[in-house]
Design a protein around this ligand. Structure first.
Ligand SMILES: Nc1ncnc2c1ncn2[C@@H]1O[C@H](COP(=O)(O)OP(=O)(O)OP(=O)(O)O)[C@@H](O)[C@H]1O
Length: 251
């Protein structure tokens, strides 16, 4: 479904050129949940932004259903870290419904659809609250609901749970697993957290450290959902990914 073929990205600015990503190749099949893991600054966000169509590769190509990505598109939904992208002056429900206007849905349909996804992220009945009245975890759920309501085939998530406390994070991980199982979306998910990557994904893609970050290894995680984090299989996958990352930290 998504093909990254020897993708590179060099940023050119006042301080000169910076090669963020080099020769990165990875294929995503429909319905897969792939976590992209790597040390800080290795180029994870740059890869995701290129798949999203926010940045153009400087080398290689990115294909979606066989056609080159030329910019953002409705079949790709993006969830960022933090919650700055919510509109403060709109209620939670209206934040979710906002993008649906572009899809030509009537007011009533938009609100019904928004309410459905509000329920899906566990916030049913709280749609009238404004962002200032919501906790960080709730705002993050609204962002996820908004992305899901637009019904993209591909979800691109850049450390969506990075700023959350451990308990909220675990709750949202469980919800995301359930939603993914229900909707069969294809997901590319960035995280720093090895346990999160092993808990959520069907494959963990580990990057080398930057500059010129590239794919180091892919670890398949062939364990049933929801995952038992204390099982031998989970521990074994964790150790495998940990060894790959640790080697990059020491490199
Ligand atoms: N617009 C830009 N202009 C110049 N350099 C950039 C730009 N965006 C990213 N970079 C550089 O590219 C490298 C990779 O950045 P990127 O944000 O992709 O890393 P990351 O792996 O997502 O990091 P983190 O885990 O810390 O968020 C960094 O060295 C960063 O400084």
């Amino acid at each position: 479904m998504v093909v990254l073929d020897k993708v590179g990205k060099t940023f050119r600015g006042r301080t000169g050129a910076w090669e963020a990503v080099r020769g990165f190749s990875l294929d995503l099949a429909e319905g897969e949940f792939v976590c992209l893991l790597g040390t800080s600054g290795c180029g994870k966000t740059t890869v995701l932004n290129m798949v999203a169509g926010f940045e153009a590769p400087s080398a290689g190509r990115i294909l979606l259903d066989g056609a080159p990505v030329r910019g953002p598109g409705a079949e790709r939904g993006v969830v960022f870290q933090g919650h700055d992208s919510l509109y403060d002056w709109l209620s939670a429900l209206d934040n979710i419904a906002f993008g649906l206007r572009l899809r030509g849905l009537g007011r009533r349909q938009r609100r019904e659809r928004a309410a459905h996804f509000l329920g899906m992220v566990g916030l049913g009945g709280q749609g009238a609250k404004h962002p200032a009245e919501l906790s960080g975890g709730m705002k993050q759920r609204i962002q996820i609901a908004r992305a899901l309501a637009a019904d993209p085939r591909i979800l691109l998530m850049d450390e969506p749970f990075g700023a959350l406390d451990a308990m909220t994070r675990a709750a949202l991980q469980a919800e995301l697993t359930r939603i993914w199982a229900d909707t069969q979306k294809t997901v590319l998910f960035i995280t720093h957290d090895i346990e999160e990557a092993v808990a959520l994904s069907t494959r963990v893609a580990v990057m080398t450290r930057g500059p010129g970050g590239t794919l180091k290894a892919v670890v398949p995680v062939d364990l049933p959902f929801p995952r038992d984090r204390t099982s031998d299989g989970f521990m074994a996958a964790f150790r495998q990914v940990h060894a790959l990352i640790h080697a990059e930290i020491l490199a």
